[in-house]
Design a protein around this ligand. Structure first.
Ligand code: ITT
Length: 202
């Protein structure tokens, strides 16, 4: 059977690496939007992860021929009223190093006990098919903000995001361990099933 081409509407190399870790390249041919010829500017002005995922996927789908998948994700910290949320990549400025962003979040939670440090990673993923059909799914990983950064793996806010039952950060987990429980892993597994079913119909 021919490999199914999936075009990912992302400019984030770390997300792309995780997609590749999780998808069997014998089953799927993974392309970035740039590789597919869609060098478009995407205005992420949605108020929710789902809205932004749809904006990204639809913008790219208008330019390419194939199945387009977009991820909009972020960290939601309860004690910060949901910040940084949909502004996760823009928090304190797009180019600010994550050492500083992570240190700031820990500082803002100073003195709070573990039960008030709850947080979650959210990933909305939107898939648009060439016939215009579209579906959005959302994956969530619950955890809490640690007292200090931990681990070298992952990216972004992983060093400060801790999970039960190990009480380690998702930057401390191996890629396979993170992908098995992560927001992105959950959303991608749901999208994979949607794509496989779509293939069954046509
Ligand atoms: P694209 O829009 O091009 O996909 P982006 O990095 O701008 O790339 P988002 O707007 O979805 O993507 O922002 C997601 C941000 O949320 C990301 O830059 C990280 O700061 C954070 N984030 C999302 N998933 C994460 C994960 O698994 N581990 C650590 N941080 C994560």
């Amino acid at each position: 059977m021919a490999r199914q081409k999936l075009i990912f509407a992302t400019g984030n190399a770390d997300k792309l690496r995780e997609f590749k870790e999780m998808l069997d390249e014998k089953e799927f041919e993974i392309m970035t939007m740039t590789e597919a010829g869609a060098d478009v500017e995407i205005i992420e002005d949605g108020k929710t992860f789902e809205e932004n995922a749809r904006i990204k996927a639809r913008t790219v789908a208008a330019k390419v021929d194939g199945i387009v998948v977009a991820d909009d994700s972020g960290l939601v910290v309860d004690a910060l009223g949901g910040e940084p949320g949909v502004y996760s990549s823009r928090y304190m400025g797009e180019d600010t190093p994550y050492e500083l962003k992570n240190a700031k979040i820990i500082e803002r939670l100073a003195g709070l006990p573990k039960e008030r440090r709850t947080a979650r990673f959210v990933c909305a993923m939107d898939v648009v098919f060439p016939n215009g059909e579209e579906q959005t799914v959302t994956g969530v990983m619950e955890g809490y903000i640690g007292e200090e950064p931990m681990g070298e793996n992952g990216f972004g806010y992983d060093p400060i995001f801790y999970v039960e039952p190990q009480n380690v950060s998702t930057a401390y987990l191996s890629p396979d361990e993170k992908n098995a429980i992560s927001h992105r892993g959950k959303a991608l597994r749901a999208v994979k099933e949607i794509v496989e079913n779509y293939n069954g119909i046509v």
